[in-house]
Ligand binder design. Structure first.
Ligand SMILES: [Zn+2]
Ligand SMILES: [Zn+2]
Length: 134
């Protein structure tokens, strides 16, 4: 697994996606996703605990107070660091934005890939509908 995949697992899990959905999107096995999540505090349902998310920058759990807008990063410092890194990725061409040809949803992918679909299931749905298999 690459660092980018790990980061995407974290992001997708925090968006509430299940192991299968995350695995589909990244094209890796569900077991890989599951064991990574279990080792990194991303396992289980997040809504039944005070800790609702983890900081995407440092991985620390974030306890949401409920009074304020949902926090995504544990500190301002982490937020800034993450955005600087993220924007550098976009500038360097490491992150590409696409629109899924199957469901029409926008998605991003890392690296020099030419992805047409947001997830493996979208890819499969087009392929087996008799669409252009190229
Ligand atoms: Zn942090
Ligand atoms: Zn799609």
């Amino acid at each position: 697994m690459t660092d980018n995949q790990k980061e995407q697992i974290r992001t997708l899990r925090l968006q509430g996606l299940g192991y299968t959905a995350v695995a589909d999107r990244l094209g890796i096995s569900k077991d890989t996703v599951k064991s990574y999540c279990q080792r990194n505090g991303l396992a289980g349902k997040r809504s039944d605990s005070a800790v609702e998310s983890v900081c995407p920058q440092c991985g620390k759990p974030i306890v949401q107070s409920g009074k304020h807008k949902r926090r995504r990063f544990c500190t301002d410092e982490c937020r800034k660091t993450w955005w600087v890194k993220h924007h550098a990725d976009i500038k360097n061409g490491a992150v590409h934005s696409y629109v899924c040809e199957a469901c029409g949803k926008p998605f991003t992918a890392y690296g020099n890939t030419t992805r047409k679909y947001c997830s493996h299931s979208c890819y499969v749905s087009i392929r087996f509908k008799g669409g252009d298999p190229s």
